[in-house]
Design a protein around this ligand. Structure first.
Ligand SMILES: *Cc1c(COP(=O)(O)O)cnc(C)c1O
Length: 378
């Protein structure tokens, strides 16, 4: 063991950091980013908002980001105000702050994997024990399953993801209600992909009223095409929001970030049009891959999870050889694909055709697929 390794916290020794490959490939459909660049007119508005801050950069930003939180609350609706909302550098920082405030050494967060790979890493970084309750065989979650897991582990926090990454499906409201009723701790619904849901009313925001331990996290990384700006936020009871001030860094969200986010929020309708187009491309992928005989669950996100692969790693390489980068999330026989622009999506579907023609042995036979399809939600 090196001297540095020896000095490292024991629970971090030998661990690897988050690392989705950032390869230089023409078509990148691997990290669920928004495929569209920021439109010129939106970029102009964002630049104007940022420009107004530049001369004042000698001063620290508004620690409490009140103007941004006011705009975020107005965007969310559901009667929420700035007091219900908190913002940070990506929803990853939001989740980290929740763990710092309500988790930590001696405490547990319960998750249901396969789900967002950062949840266990954020738990580890904050010294919170991560317990994986798994999922049902078809990766869905029923109210009874969630209730039993929470009753068994009695965690300080529960992390649920809706729509779930990497499976793509939204949770039924009854699952959120069952989790809240069973838990004594904080129940976090990570809604990073909420704007892509087929049913726009399928959000836990409508369940916040009268549930002070419920938290809904959101991000501007996906629907707002703002992954590079790093803006995430949450909605919760004002008392819970106040407690997060105990763990945030004094001026965690820069003036430039706050201004950029407000500029993008002012353009929400323009950006929503691109969300609609991505939903269309997502449904196109689902339809086309099904037509090729591959099982794909309906998706409420900007990505789909395709199955029916005998050797997922080999298919991933074959698709990459066609110039399209998708994601091997480590699930046997499955790969995750982010919806792209119309051209990118065409390139992806062509790449699948080419891979199936060149390497049929990497795909399950029709008989095997029919078998696997049983139990898939279609
Ligand atoms: C992409 C993603 C996020 C977003 O994280 P940011 O830090 O806001 O970019 C959060 N949760 C899930 C489940 C995601 O897939």
């Amino acid at each position: 063991m090196s001297e540095i390794e020896n000095l490292l916290r024991e629970d971090l020794r030998g661990q690897s950091p988050y690392g989705a490959p950032q390869l230089d490939v023409p078509v990148q459909l691997n990290t669920n980013e928004n495929a569209f660049a920021i439109p010129e007119d939106v970029a102009a508005v964002v630049a104007e908002f940022i420009g107004r801050e530049l001369r004042g950069l000698n001063r620290y930003p508004d620690r409490d980001a009140v103007a941004l939180r006011t705009d975020l609350a107005a965007y969310l609706g559901h009667g929420l105000t700035a007091d219900h909302v908190w913002a940070a550098n990506g929803s990853n920082e939001i989740l980290q702050q929740l763990l710092q405030a309500f988790g930590g050494p001696g405490r547990t967060v319960l998750g249901f994997m396969p789900s967002y790979s950062m949840h266990p890493l954020l738990a580890r970084g904050t010294g919170t024990a991560f317990v994986d309750a798994g999922r049902e065989d078809d990766y869905t979650l029923s109210p009874a399953y969630v209730r039993a897991a929470i009753e068994e582990h009695d965690p300080g926090l529960v992390f649920l993801v809706s729509p779930n990454n990497p499976t793509g499906t939204a949770l039924a409201p009854e699952v959120v209600d069952a989790a809240y009723a069973a838990a004594r701790g904080i129940v976090v619904i990570d809604e990073a992909y909420a704007e892509f849901a087929r049913d726009p009313h399928a959000t836990a925001l409508s369940r916040l009223e009268g549930r002070p331990r419920l938290v809904v996290t959101r991000t501007m990384s996906k629907a707002f095409a703002f992954a590079g700006a790093r803006v995430g936020y949450l909605a919760a009871d004002p008392e819970l929001v106040e407690k997060l001030l105990l763990v945030r860094l004094p001026y965690h969200l820069s003036s430039i970030t706050q201004a950029a986010a407000r500029g993008a929020l002012a353009c929400a309708p323009q950006l929503q049009a691109e969300v609609d187009e991505l939903k269309h491309q997502r449904d196109r992928i689902v339809k086309n891959l099904r037509a090729k005989g591959l099982p794909v669950a309906d998706s409420d996100a900007n990505f789909v999870l395709v199955g029916g692969l005998r050797d997922a790693a080999a298919v991933w390489r074959a698709i990459l050889a066609e110039g399209v980068l998708i994601r091997d999330v480590g699930l046997p026989g499955r790969l995750r694909i982010t919806a792209g622009t119309e051209e990118e999506t065409t390139a992806l579907l062509d790449a699948f055709d080419a891979a199936m023609a060149r390497h049929p042995e990497d795909f399950a036979t029709p008989a095997e697929r029919t078998e696997a399809q049983r139990g898939e939600s279609q």
